[in-house]
Design a protein around this ligand. Structure first.
Ligand code: CMC
Length: 428
């Protein structure tokens, strides 16, 4: 293939360079387009055909169902690695040595205390507040408690900001859950592993010793790994674009949390469980809900199905489906919702509407069933997604700043009124 694309506009032709990635993905480089064509731009709502950056973090082939972080296949990471190892690889480029991992963990622990005044902010929220709203606000509030800006040219300062947020974020997550459950706040213990401590901070009752169930711990590790990054999705693009204005890491992350909250993105895991519950309450008639999903006059969508990029099975969904079966068996939980989910999946996979549109179960279809078996309240599901996505957002923010990307500022095609004169209010 030539490395030039030719564009013909009227009688003028333009040459645009092609850019090739390490996995042979090809892009037309349009950086010079507007200048050389005297104002012509490209238009692509939802960025379905537009690359916003070059990135060395995550590779995803939606047609083949491939997902790799820093080159490591997701299946191998989910099977063998810990969430902290994966976080390190995403943020710094390679899986850590034992010494690097120990140091990373020790530095995180050192930074994990959250200013006690943050509790006052937490107290001000009504108990009915959605945990994602609380988490986004508390993350943003961290900026006020850590005002010094990070010089992103200094590796040391970036590292400090990374370990700070990796330490404090799980505390904020645990705060939001304990607020929901009316439990006193809990710091856990620095003697525990990163994920073990998260569980202790979330679940320990004030009057009981907390012992970690290895089935729950392993399931959480796996879920967090599967959610850790997914290249330029809605929340990650939001973090990168907010960070491109040179606002700090914590403020950029809080924008990502808000974007993740929506039901078309991370909020789908809560929506899936609510949908499965509704089907159960309605007598388990999956066919009725399949028909609703296909009816274009009905806004209902089969939550947990479809993906912007995967047009084949979401590899994360395969791993999660297997994990859901294992976790429920190991915990001795019989959840009728799992059967409804499997029935719905079976029907959708053989239904022409879903087959033609290449709509497969996504990562969120089965994750809620595992979270529920672990005792996590439904409204906390998207918070758990955010906890997993944290290292991905950090890695993407760090990469964006280190590549000195320009401020994100898309163009538009104006379709409003042409110039018209101002009319005073009495004459309108
Ligand atoms: N149920 C019924 N129809 C659907 C669904 C669905 N879940 N998803 C897509 N479609 C139809 C859609 O109506 C459209 O049909 P038509 O061509 O006749 O107009 C066609 O499939 C293409 O859909 P689209 O909305 O243009 O696709 P998109 O790439 O813009 O949207 C999506 C992707 C994930 C937002 C969408 O599939 C969806 O809303 N799914 C349900 C929500 C969900 O599970 N989100 C979690 C995504 S994975 C976790 C994450 O990374 O956030």
């Amino acid at each position: 293939m030539s490395d030039i694309a030719k564009l013909q506009i009227g009688d003028k032709s333009y040459e645009l360079p092609l850019i090739k990635g390490t996995e042979n993905e090809v892009a037309i480089d349009i950086k010079s387009l507007r200048g050389s064509t005297n104002g012509i731009i490209t238009l692509d709502p939802g960025f379905k055909n537009t690359g916003s950056c070059e990135s060395a973090i995550t590779f995803l082939d939606g047609e083949k169902g491939i997902l790799r972080y820093r080159g490591y296949p997701i299946e191998q990471l989910a099977e063998n690695a810990s969430f902290l190892e994966v976080s390190y690889a995403l943020i710094f480029g390679d899986l850590p040595t034992k010494e690097q991992l120990d140091k990373f963990h020790a530095d995180i622990k050192e930074m994990s205390v959250v200013d006690d005044d943050v509790k006052k902010i937490l107290d001000a929220f009504p108990k009915s507040a959605h945990p994602m709203g609380i988490l986004s606000s508390l993350t943003s509030a961290l900026t006020a408690f850590n005002p010094s800006s990070v010089n992103t040219d200094s590796e040391e300062q970036v590292y400090k900001a990374v370990v700070k947020i990796m330490g404090k974020f799980p505390v904020l997550v645990a705060y939001t859950m304990r607020k929901k459950l009316g439990l006193p706040l809990n710091y856990g213990s620095t003697s525990l592993g990163y994920v073990d401590n998260m569980l202790k901070m979330m679940f320990e009752k004030p009057n009981e010793d907390y012992s970690i169930n290895p089935v729950i711990k392993n399931a959480l590790d796996k879920l967090l790994i599967l959610h850790a990054d997914h290249e330029q999705n809605c929340s990650t693009s939001t973090v990168r674009i907010a960070g491109s204005s040179h606002v700090g890491l914590f403020a950029s992350l809080s924008t990502g949390i808000s974007a993740l909250w929506g039901p078309l993105h991370g909020g789908a895991n809560q929506a899936v469980l609510e949908m499965l519950e509704a089907i159960k309450e309605d007598g388990g008639d999956t066919k009725k809900y399949m028909a609703k999903a296909k009816d274009k006059s009905d806004p209902f969508r089969l939550m947990g199905f479809g993906h912007r990029v995967y047009k084949n099975f979401d590899p994360r969904a395969k791993i999660i489906k297997k994990a859901a079966d294992e976790v429920l068996t190991q915990l001795g939980v019989e959840d009728p919702i799992l059967e409804i989910a499997k029935g719905l999946e079976k029907e959708a996979l053989s239904d022409p509407y879903f087959v033609e549109r290449k709509l497969y179960p996504n990562v969120d279809f089965y994750s809620g069933i595992i979270y529920r078996a672990m005792g996590i309240p439904v409204e906390m599901f998207t918070v758990m997604f955010a906890l997993g996505r944290l290292p991905g957002w950090i890695a993407q923010w760090k990469e964006m700043r280190s590549r000195k990307e320009p401020i994100g500022r898309p163009r538009q095609i104006y379709i409003g009124e042409n110039e018209r004169p101002f009319v005073t209010i009495d004459k309108r």
